[in-house]
Write a protein that binds this ligand. Structure first.
Ligand code: SAM
Length: 303
């Protein structure tokens, strides 16, 4: 018997394979038909938001392999779940949580986090690629998550109020618009700025004092040509709360290895604590090691 996730994938995939449009366009149409009740997957009652997210995600992944969107890397579930867990703990018990993902892509990471936090959460999602925003918007509707979408360069001014928690799998590389980058503290004196550095600065500008930001960043963030700019900025404007190394095995290429960086925006008289959590995620297939790792994270959040 098929699971709800498989039924959802099969419904979207069957529609998209027989459509004459681009597969990803057809994914959107299939989801719109599901929303309007014209056609829908034969799912069991009590389907969960995670089952819906995963079913749509499988179809988007298939479509991405066939299209120009292949360079937009969807955040893998293994990393999404980890960030979801940490985010859920950081805002536990807080009413009316607001989130921002300034590089939201398909929304997969954002919805994993929203599904973990559960009720009473709303989000703003920024993404430059219009097709990804349409995919992400239709998914948000099916998940019944309140999300405001901004189709724009996230490094241009954002009309978004500061949020409690920013999460993002940052785009990595040079940002070509030097004119715009010159408004940022992290613009280097010579050459182009790193987009991921500017995203960190922009995100902190849109995070409330006392709020947190969780980023997926290159593992060499503190060891790159431009880290000499970044370090004093982070020291002055943020509290570095954690740097969590992700397992190399999650990445095909050693130069693409990532870490999780957790920052907090200073608030009032709040003083920096010297302890920064420096951790390494164990082999994710090792359940016992992962359970211990989550325990460590939970204790760190509590402290
Ligand atoms: N978390 C996303 C998901 O689960 O689908 C994936 C994020 S992907 C690593 C980074 C995203 O940043 C891409 O979708 C890319 O189009 C977007 N991006 C790159 N530069 C941007 C910019 N200047 N403004 C807004 N979005 C941008």
């Amino acid at each position: 018997m098929q699971t709800n996730t498989e039924k959802i994938f099969t419904f979207i995939d069957t529609y998209a394979e027989s459509a004459e449009t681009l597969y990803l366009e057809a994914v959107i149409t299939a989801c719109e038909q599901w929303l309007s009740g014209e056609q829908s997957p034969k799912i069991e009652e009590g389907v969960t938001k995670e089952e819906i997210r995963r079913g749509i995600q499988l179809a988007i992944l298939k479509g991405m392999q066939q299209s120009a969107q292949s360079h937009h890397q969807m955040t893998p579930d293994s990393i999404g779940m980890l960030i979801g867990h940490i985010a859920g703990k950081l805002v536990e018990g807080e009413p009316g949580v607001t989130l921002l993902d300034p590089a939201a892509g398909t929304g997969n990471l954002l919805y994993t986090v929203m599904n973990t936090i559960g009720k009473d959460v709303k989000a703003s999602a920024v993404e430059i690629d219009e097709l990804l925003v349409r995919l992400s918007a239709v998914t948000a509707e099916l998940l019944e998550h309140p999300v405001s979408f901004y189709v724009q360069d996230a490094l241009r001014p954002l009309l978004i109020d500061p949020v409690d928690l920013t999460i993002s799998d940052l785009p990595v590389g040079f940002y070509p618009d030097d004119d715009n980058a010159s408004d940022y503290r992290l613009m280097p004196v010579e050459g182009h700025a790193y987009a991921h550095h500017l995203f960190i600065e922009q995100s902190m500008n849109h995070t409330k004092p006392g709020g947190h930001a969780i980023f997926i960043v290159p593992a060499n963030l503190f060891d790159s040509e431009q880290s000499a700019n970044l370090q004093p900025y982070l020291k002055k404007e943020t509290f570095i709360r954690a740097v969590i190394q992700l397992p190399d095995s999650l990445f095909k290429n050693a130069s693409h290895v990532k870490s999780i960086l957790i920052l907090q925006k200073p608030y009032g008289e709040m003083k920096a604590t010297p302890e920064v959590l420096l951790a390494k995620v164990p082999d994710m297939k090792n359940k016992q090691a992962m359970a211990l790792f989550f325990q460590k994270i939970d204790m760190w959040v509590k402290e």
